[in-house]
Ligand binder design. Structure first.
Ligand code: HEC
Length: 244
């Protein structure tokens, strides 16, 4: 009996313990809500990914063809404008980088990002891309608020501009205030937010492409049920007409 109680207590406490172990990010993250109905956002996210990320990060469980179809992009346009290698439309979204060399260059091989929004959350990716800041002590001159001492260079720096970190009110225990040197980025802060939103939205989609299909199917099923209910009601009336 007693061991049973201990077991139950453990089971109840377990999610809390797991959460505590993973909650080592000491930064007030901004919320992120994916939007799979927003095709222009997904298309722009894919464009961003193909321009800024695929060189280092594969999406080895995702094919160009499926992505283009889901986003309503004709195959020839996708190949011309989004695929910069000689890969074919049916191929997986990979690159030619050797993991061993990459490990030498960056200290860690760039991970495949197909599942990153499920493994770490979309919110994490969104905040990660927005919180690179200048840190001269790091090999690439940047650090990150949600991934301390990250090995990745700040590949979106041209778009965002020079971002620095300072301590709020000179206090040493809250040093997560970020500020931008005005006019140093190609995009305004609002435009940069949208670009990073779209990129994260794209990775949110890639984490579970069938979610999009499920949404569409869900609506079709609801419509079917409503129509079926109408017919059932009429049939029911028809049967009882003769009884009364
Ligand atoms: C020049 C190569 C390079 C490019 C380009 C690049 N990354 Fe990275 N990225 C890395 C490396 C290396 C790491 C691993 C860092 C580490 O473990 O310290 C990484 C890590 C990450 C992580 C963290 C993964 C984790 O486990 O927490 C995310 C998310 C990420 N990159 C997203 C992106 C996105 C999105 C882009 C495109 C805007 C991009 N990266 C472009 C090299 C790159």
């Amino acid at each position: 009996m007693k061991s049973m109680r201990i077991l139950i207590a453990l089971l109840v406490a377990l999610p809390g313990l797991v959460w505590a172990a993973s909650a080592e990010i000491n930064y007030d993250m901004e919320a992120f809500e994916g939007d799979l109905e927003n095709k222009p956002s997904l298309q722009n996210g894919m464009r961003m990914y193909m321009n800024y990320c695929i060189g280092c990060h594969t999406l080895k469980f995702q094919r160009y063809e499926r992505t283009a179809d889901d986003f309503g992009i004709p195959h020839d346009i996708a190949l011309q404008n989004l695929v910069f290698t000689d890969q074919k439309i049916g191929e997986l979204m990979t690159n030619a980088m050797s993991p061993e060399k990459a490990k030498n260059w960056f200290g860690a091989a760039p991970p495949d990002l197909t599942m990153i929004t499920r493994y770490k959350s979309s919110e994490y990716v969104y905040n990660y891309l927005k919180t690179f800041y200048v840190d001269d002590k790091r090999p690439f001159g940047v650090n990150n608020k949600v991934f301390e001492n990250v090995g990745m260079p700040n590949v979106l720096a041209d778009l965002q501009g020079v971002q620095r970190s300072r301590c709020e009110g000179g206090s040493e225990d809250r040093c997560d205030e970020l500020y931008l040197e005005e006019g140093t980025g190609l995009l305004s802060p609002e435009e940069f937010d949208v670009a990073v939103y779209d990129l994260t939205n794209f990775l949110y989609y890639v984490g579970e492409p069938s979610r999009l299909e499920r949404h569409r199917l869900g609506i079709a099923v609801m419509l079917f049920l409503v129509i079926l209910a109408c017919f059932t009601y009429l049939l029911n009336r028809e049967y009882w007409k003769d009884v009364h």
